[in-house]
Design a protein around this ligand. Sequence first.
Ligand code: FES
Length: 107
Amino acid sequence: MSTQTVETDIKVHRIQVVNRNQEYLCRDDKSLLVGMELQNTQAIEVGCRGGGCGMCKIRILDGEFEKKRMSRAHVSEAEEGEGFALACRILPRGDMVIESDHFEPAQ
Ligand code: FES
């Protein structure tokens, strides 16, 4: 039996959550939300973790990122243009500055 070596090239980025005055480190293969949970930090509200509930809505103020599909029910095209996003659908590609607590329950 042979041992298989798995090469990993995972980068870690610093995520600053300005409105909560907190920061944490997030791997680039994890979403901002899961990365936060792995660090036992509570800087973003956690819900479904799958882009469906809108609880983790944030505004991205600075930084590079990769965006997965997001529900238009929670982030409109106009909002997306203003930097709003769902933290469970964003993967960091550099250090980021964000603002959490943008979830608005449906009326
Ligand atoms: S946790 Fe539900 S949309 Fe992100």
